[in-house]
Design a protein around this ligand. Structure first.
Ligand code: ATP
Length: 267
């Protein structure tokens, strides 16, 4: 059920997301609670945006948070990659857009996630040509059909806000624009902690101190995931080598600061 374009409930939750606290709060109010307690929103006549655009540098958690939102809301998740939608259905991409929204309605409540959405929403009359233009128009028609969109929340993600047609950022479309920044040192610490949740980390490893090191400056969430993975790999290899050589050790086989040092060399 992990196939692109089909719905599934992601196995990522809030705890897997490090930092990004204010974003989580926004999504909780705008999507999760709305899906869980629709009657309250109705009672108070609250009308909120259902279209969101996440922008910011690659690898900082846009996809991750969209998945966590779906999981926390118990909603299905449909992942569409902008460029693939363009290339896979040449000449039929308008139909594909209609089908995608129709599928999303069928499995609502649903988070419809458009990754690299800029590929579909480049300023008209620029480099996209007529295929993009027609596709964009179809996308706008679907987004504007808000009344039939019940239970379908659209989240777009892009690294290039500046190339997007401003028409798509109007209220009712991708009306709420949210920035997903490069993590600061404290946030890097939170990300490392989130990434370490299911890993055997030695008790004396201070992930927060690690995150504050000069060597970790400017690392994205994706870089930190790679760092964590390299450290785990180094620890595993050490264990395997020792086993092969029949070495006896009283130390537990876990991920130590030395493994992070090694991993830092590679990143
Ligand atoms: P892109 O623009 O390249 O699609 P993105 O912003 O969508 O990037 P993600 O795909 O969400 O980035 O992040 C890639 C990986 O990096 C995640 O699967 C996760 O392992 C790690 N990661 C990124 N940000 C975080 C975070 N805030 N907390 C925990 N892990 C993170």
């Amino acid at each position: 059920s992990r196939r692109e374009g089909f719905s599934s409930i992601p196995n990522v939750n809030w705890e897997d997301v490090g930092g990004l606290k204010s974003l989580r709060r926004e999504f909780d109010r705008y999507i999760v609670q709305r899906i869980k307690h629709p009657e309250e929103y109705e009672e108070f006549g609250v009308n909120l945006e259902a279209g969101f655009l996440l922008f910011g540098p690659p690898g900082c958690g846009k996809t991750l948070i969209a998945k966590a939102v779906a999981n926390e809301a118990g909603a299905s998740f449909i992942h569409i990659k902008g460029p693939e939608l363009l290339n896979k259905y040449v000449g039929e991409s308008e139909l594909a857009v209609r089908m995608i929204f129709s599928r999303a309605r069928t499995c609502s409540p649903c988070i419809l996630f458009f990754d690299e959405v800029d590929a579909l929403t480049t300023k008209r009359g620029k480099d996209g040509g007529w295929v993009v233009e027609r596709l964009l128009n179809q996308l706008l028609i679907e987004l504007d059909g808000a009344d039939q969109r019940q239970g379908v929340y659209v989240i777009g993600a892009t690294n290039r806000l500046e190339v997007m047609d401003p028409a798509v950022l109007r209220p009712g479309r991708f009306g709420k624009v949210l920035y997903v920044p490069l993590p600061c040192a404290d946030e890097r610490g939170l990300i490392l902690k989130a990434l370490s949740r299911k890993k055997p980390i030695s008790a004396d490893v201070d992930l927060d101190a690690l995150a504050h090191r000069e060597a970790c400056k400017n690392l994205t969430g994706a870089d930190l995931a790679a760092l964590m993975n390299e450290a785990a790999m180094a620890a595993l290899e050490e264990k395997q080598n020792s086993m092969d050589q029949g070495t006896v050790s009283n130390d537990p086989w876990d991920i130590k600061i030395s493994h992070f040092e090694k991993a830092l060399q590679k990143i």
